[in-house]
Each structure stands twice: as C-alpha cells, then as structure tokens.
Design a protein around this ligand. Structure first.
Ligand code: ASP
Length: 313
C-alpha cells in the first residue's frame, strides 16, 4: 500500500515553532503524495518532500540551516533507492538551496556515493543549477541561535544526550533536520534526509545524515528509515540500518523504531527520532527527544503529531 511518512527533526522544539513545524511536515507529505498520485516513483516523492522542507525556513535544512563555529552554513544530505540500493550523498556543502537534489545528482550522474564540499558543489554548477547566497539560506533565527551558542558556549551534545526529557530547555535551539520515507504503488521504496547539522559544530564536521545506514537506509525487501537526533550517537549505532536489521528479524516497524532508539540510548546515551515504512505501508514513528513533528499520508490516512503521546503508529 502506497504511503508517505515525513519528519521535521527530533529536538526540544520551542512552543513558538510547533504550529509551523506541524504545518510544514503536513505540506511536505501532501506534496510527496501528489507525486505518487500522478504515478511518480517513491524516489521522486521523497525528493519532493525533502525539497519542500528545505525550502521552508522553519527547518534546519536548506533555507533555515544552522551555523557552524565560523557562523557559516555547511549542509549534509542523502537519498537512497530501495530497488537497487543506489544512493547519493553530500556533506559540508554551501550555497545550495536543495542539498537533497544535489545528493540525487551524485546518485544519478556519478559512480560515487558521497561527495563533499567544493567537489559536490561543482556537480551542481555542471548540471546548470544556480547557487544561492547566505542571504537566502541564513535566517534571523539561525543567526540568533548562533549568537546564543557563542555567548553561552552551550554544550549542544548535552542537550541531546544526558538530560532527561523534562529537564531539557524548550526555548533555546532549533535543529529540525528533515527526512522522508515512501513506498509507492509498485512496491518501490525510497528514503531521504537533509540537515544543516548542529549549531556551533566544527568546520568540516560531518554528521550522521549523509552516512549510508546512519541518516537513512532502505531496501525494497525490508523497508525504509530516516533518522534525526544527535549525529555522533546515531553514527555509532548506525541507527537506520539497525532498525531495518530488527525488521529483517521479524520486528514490526513500530517495534523496530522503539528498540533501535532504546539501544542507542543504552549504549551511547544518545537521543533522537526515526520514521520507518515497510513494503505493506505499515509505519513506525518514534522519538526520545521532547518533540518531533511527523506526518503520514496514504489513501486512507492523513495523520500528524509532534508530542511523545502522539507516537501511536
Ligand atoms: N542528526 C543531525 C546531525 O547531527 C542533527 C539533527 O537531526 O537534528 O547533524
């Protein structure tokens, strides 16, 4: 059964951003659903969903990306096709409005899987797309968050990791990485994830997002997963692949989402979120942070949520 699931990042999303975050994921899920309704592929649908979220300044991906320790944007993205395990990814790219489409170019136009920095950006130019300036990508919210980080030298890692959910601040940083997983009517499955990373990250830091099996993974015979949360923790447990491994061993998407995140917490004290879809269109949505906006769209469902008690799928 064809189905779209979208997330807008697991984090302590401030109250003021709840409405725009939920609206943003619903809009992205609807756009991906329109692609499927017009007989488009799962791959085209995940790209469309993530492009929509990258264009939305509410989220930490494309326009709205957070800033590194030098106050600059460096973005990571991945896209993967479950039919043939083809994937493309980019890391540390700047001046690109839609890093997920650059990741798609890596997949479609090169023999490589992951390109970084200037080499990846050159591919964008060669494809005839124009670059954007930081005036487009950097929002006032990202600037303020960076200044807050520089002033208080906030330990971002501790916000993801060690503090219990109820003690984490709700009014500070926003880190809404975005992602989508889709199964289409033919049973083809795809996933994509895109992020600006973590405010104040070291120049050249690459997170989990563009790492195959960490930020995303899919295989037509099992399902697809897209992750969000503390990248250094996600990479250590290869969260997306871990979830699919659990499904290969008989877990439902919901069980796999819960168990993979529980293991990440037990082993490396990391928090985050994950969305999963399997070939039957069953979904798993779970997060161990305060909030994570998500939306599901299929012929019979149009659901969304953001609070832990919404984790009902
Ligand atoms: N996983 C992303 C990173 O570490 C951040 C996030 O999902 O909010 O780059």
């Amino acid at each position: 059964m064809a189905c779209v699931v979208v997330h807008g990042g697991a984090w302590a999303i401030p109250d003021g951003l709840v409405e725009s975050s939920v609206k943003g994921v619903q809009e992205a899920a609807d756009k991906a659903w329109s692609v499927l309704s017009a007989n488009g592929s799962a791959l085209d649908a995940v790209e469309e969903a993530v492009r929509c979220l990258e264009d939305n300044p509410t989220f930490d991906a494309g326009r709205g990306a957070v800033l590194n320790e030098d106050g600059k944007v460096e973005m990571d993205a991945i896209i993967m096709d479950g039919k043939n395990l083809k994937c493309g990814a980019v890391a540390c790219v700047s001046g690109i409005a839609n890093p997920v489409s650059l990741a798609r170019l890596v997949m479609d136009k090169t023999d490589h899987v992951l390109l970084v920095g200037a080499g990846a950006e050159r591919l964008w130019d060669e494809a005839g797309y124009t670059r954007v300036t930081d005036d487009y990508l950097v929002t006032e919210a990202a600037r303020q968050e960076f200044q807050h980080f520089m002033k208080f030298d906030k330990a971002v890692v501790s916000l993801f990791n060690t503090q219990p959910v109820e003690e984490r601040p709700t009014d500070t940083l926003d880190h809404e990485t975005v992602g989508a997983v889709v199964v289409d009517a033919k049973g083809d499955i795809a996933c994509a994830t895109s992020t600006g990373g973590i405010t104040g990250k070291k120049v050249g830091r690459v997170g989990d997002t563009p790492i195959v099996g960490s930020g995303a993974y899919c295989d037509n015979s099992v399902g697809a997963a897209s992750t969000t949360g503390h990248g250094e923790s996600i990479m250590k447990v290869t969260l997306a692949r871990k979830a699919l491994w659990l499904m290969e061993r008989g877990k439902t998407p919901k069980e796999a989402a819960q168990e993979a995140l529980a293991e990440m917490h037990t082993k490396v004290s990391g928090c985050g979120g994950i969305i999963i879809v399997n070939p039957d269109g069953h979904t798993g949505i779970h997060f161990t942070t305060k909030r994570m906006p998500w939306a599901v769209r299929s012929r019979y469902q149009r659901k969304y949520g953001i609070e832990p008690e919404d984790q009902t799928m």
